[in-house]
Design a binder for this molecule. Sequence first.
Ligand code: NAP
Length: 333
Amino acid sequence: MDVPTMSIKATGAKIPAIGVGTFGSDHVSNEEMAQSVHTALRLGYRNIDCASVYGNEKEIGKVLNDFPVNREELWITSKLWNDMHGKGKVLASCRQSLKDLGLEYLDLYLVHWPFPNFHPPKCDVTSRSENARPYIHEEFMETWREMEELVDLGLVRHIGTSNMTKAKLTLLLQDCRIRPSFQEMELHPCFQQQEFLSYVKGEGIIPIGFCPLGSPNRPERDMTEGDAVDMEHPIVVEIAKAHHCHPANICLKWAQANGIIPIPQSTKEKNLLSNLESICSDPLSNEEVERLKGADCNSRLVKGQVFLWKEAKDWTDLWDLDGTIPCPESYKQ
Ligand SMILES: NC(=O)c1ccc[n+]([C@@H]2O[C@H](COP(=O)([O-])OP(=O)(O)OC[C@H]3O[C@@H](n4cnc5c(N)ncnc54)[C@H](OP(=O)(O)O)[C@@H]3O)[C@@H](O)[C@H]2O)c1
């Protein structure tokens, strides 16, 4: 299958316009995830979205190394987890992911979240970690400087952010030496983030869309009453009927039409194949893209409650909705 690509201005590199996700949540074992990466490679995927916190990079690494494909044909992303922010830790974390994945370099390394807050696995959604902090730009820049060094060292070809907001990204763009080439963020028809998306693209940053299908099997902590279900939205379903395909495929075509690289995850060969095909043929018409704007109901699924600090009001504090970054005096340096 001829999978389209997008070009990265800064380096001239090309990234496949769809990737495969590898977050197994609580229900896909490491072995099963590695098996689905193998199936994905066999079907023609070449872009794999990994992260150290998913806990399966070793198993995936074995698949990558055993599969008969040239390294240059692959696009491998990994991410710095929140417990490895700060001086001296970024290099160690990147080297560990490289070792686990059995690679000499990563195509893309992302800062998974813009603060060093982490939580015990499977913790309750209301729990707040003792050491959790709001976004503090000076601290983030210490981490970013080390991300830049990874590029200098040739360990990673591109760096990027994930779960940033416009306010935070604006600060980073002012102060960075090497700009982020990518921003990974939640994007699906019921959560389109059109204004932020335009800003990201306007800055020449390529958006990677996570939960592109509305993540039906996401962890309990990310399930909130009232969350929209993209694959059941009437506009998505109606357009799927016209294209004789599953609503999942319309979610991915929507991403493509909006210049987003979706990274759907699946353990089923049939779904992996149809997801790949949706990007390779039968795109949406302009009129359908316009109609799909009507599916947007601002339904954020991954709210991030477990990253909240002591004084935070609620999860909206993580997303700078009024354009300002909350940071109580006591955290200011
Ligand atoms: N940067 C971040 O903070 C962040 C956050 C969340 C996720 N991510 C990344 O984004 C990836 C994707 O997000 P996600 O896994 O949460 O959600 P998703 O890709 O929106 O949804 C995955 C689910 O959809 C089902 N599915 C896949 N293809 C389908 C199809 N054609 N028809 C019907 N159902 C289908 C899968 O089940 P089956 O196995 O049954 O097909 C799977 O349970 C993750 O794996 C991870 O790599 C990043």
